[in-house]
Design a protein around this ligand. Sequence first.
Ligand code: KG4
Ligand code: ZN
Length: 383
Amino acid sequence: MTILAIETSCDETSAAVVRDGKILSNAVSSQVALHAEYGGVVPELAAREHLKNLLPVTQSALSNAKISTDQLDAVAATQGPGLPTALLVGLKAAQAVAFALRKPFIGVNHHEAHLYSPWITSVPVAFPSPSNQSELVGRVTPCAPLAGGEHPNGAHGVTRPTLKPAFVADFSKFQPNVSLIVSGGHTMLVLVESELKHRVLGSTVDDAAGECFDKTGKLMGLAYPAGPEIDRLSESGNPKAFDFPRPLLHDASDDFSFSGLKTSVRYFLRDNPALLDDAQKIRDLCASIQAAIVEVLVAKTIRAAKRNGVRCVTASGGVTCNRALRQQLALACKKNGFALHLAEKSLCTDNAAMIGILAERKLMQKIPAINLDEDIKPGWVLA
Ligand code: KG4
Ligand code: ZN
């Protein structure tokens, strides 16, 4: 099954082609630099950028995948949640393509797609030489690539295709899990009991974890989005230098709250303004804020997994790029004997590949396509 998927829920315009669990292409045009000037995403600007970028991004996804529109079996797009005007661009364009091709259309919940992105892993794939291109596209080769991407047998004079990493969704090892979705707009814990069956355990009652990174970074004078920069500066900072609150850490619920931490950093900087003149103190501050956020995320995820009797934890969303979060989750899962599946860094942030993968699983499970005149669902809450 070959699917064209489109994602425009926030500030990434993305199109991907997915075939039988393999990501043939995943084109992403990020608007981060544009919105940085305003210190956050401006919805109207985001929608205009999607309008400008969607066609070239989609053309690039199709040409990178070497797929023509007549080879598509279905079209998918993010239907919600997200910025209304941004969602409209991708959903209506995808529905128009489905209409023109007379193919089924699948509207996908963005958060539900995040739940399955940790099962998309990088594997070495045989890439074609020009003469046998059509034969080899998409074939997965089980052996690991050597440095430089050459097949080990190439040394014996056998002509082998070059191996390159490609992304493939592998649900063969799927097991019930607790999934942490952590981004600029959302922080939630979800119990994924089986494929396409899930229940939200808790979510943020105010700011998302990414928002906390971005807003505390702004207080320190860092550019939007500050999360990646705080991650970088924290590498040479002392996480124990300053003691910030760990909101709701010991609360019985699986909910999160990060606005109190942001406020506490605001007051701390008000009382210690000279600290921002010292580069090492800024690094210590970054590391201390990051430690507070990461401790809460990890502790609550592990506790939810134990409480729900699952042996597996997954994580996705932009903040899952954070090195401390990845390390601390790995350590905690090892200590508790849990399997851990973290989304690949390039698939943590918003992308159409995860939309295509979920759409394909839905079609395989005979979940009906939706009507072409169905509207966006900006406030679509994952149940
Ligand atoms: O998932 P995403 O691309 O977009 C949505 O918000 O939906 O996530 C963006 C968020 C931003 O808040 C950004 O600061 C944060 O992810 N982020 C990070 C890192 N990389 C991205 N936060 C901490 N450490 C990182 N390395
Ligand atoms: Zn997202």
